[in-house]
Design a protein around this ligand. Sequence first.
Ligand code: NAD
Length: 306
Amino acid sequence: MATIGFIGLGNMGGPMAINLARAGHRVRGFDLSAEVLQAVAAQGVEAAVSAPAAAADADVVISMLPAGRHVAALYLGANGDGSNSSGPGLFEQLKPGALVIDSSTIDAATARQVAAAADARGIDFIDAPVSGGVGGACAGTLAFMVGGSAGQFERARPILASMGKNLFHAGAHGAGQVAKACNNMLLGILMAGTSEALNLGIRNGLDPAVLSGIMQQSSGNNWVLQVYNPVPGVMETAPASHDYRGGFQVDLMFKDLGLALELSQHSAVPVPMGSQARNLFHLHKQAAASNGALDFSSVLQLYQGH
Ligand code: NAD
């Protein structure tokens, strides 16, 4: 069993750290929020006073933070990218041979920059963003898409298996983040397109449940129709039937579409549909200050003129 430092214990990181503790690992966690730190401390994760304290003597460090600047600041320090951290980064402190897993959804360029700095110090770093949401984090069924060497992937496998079910080696460093950006861009497009089609049918007199059933058995069938219908009342388990609460926030989808666009710019690869989807989610965010916190299937309301 490993000694694991876990940084960032929010909606995703909290349950992931708890699952590692349940699997028998010694887990020391740190988060800027005292509230979330207290919540995980009640479930087997030791609360540390700082990120360096959580990572002290750790065999493995895992981070689950909002964005690339937080990850660069954590590992590379204030000078990593000039962001909000003070003091040296964790790479100054970790022992050579330590394994570092960043599961945050961030830009591939930062993931590669941090991986190169780790490599220079003899630290194994992988980018390992996840899919599966808070439900998957709690149930330990997340999908991990990993960027790093084959050896690093194999080394991380038993740790990842305590938090997830489907483990994919996407390719070299940064490939995990590229895979995540591609998947979530497609998800954003599918949600906007499915909402558009459903709204067209509803406004032309169709019952949304009937139309959804027809499209599920026809060539328009997709994941959104199968498990995440955006029309309230069509699917009892979907966030749409619960005032668009829970699920995956509009703000996070907007962030992920931004990462896809950034990638498209760096690689000069066109993403006109992804770009359009991002504009739609942006308009939806601007329609009401509270929309950013709703589940992303609420983009249907944009079509409905709310
Ligand atoms: P969250 O806001 O609930 O958690 C992030 C946590 O990081 C917060 O508790 C915050 O206090 C903490 N934090 C920020 N800076 C810190 C620092 N310097 N040191 C220590 N703690 C710090 O967000 P989340 O939903 O858990 O998402 C985390 C990451 O996972 C994001 O990159 C997100 O895009 C990705 N993700 C989220 C979901 C989802 O459904 N929520 C799904 C897949 C991936």
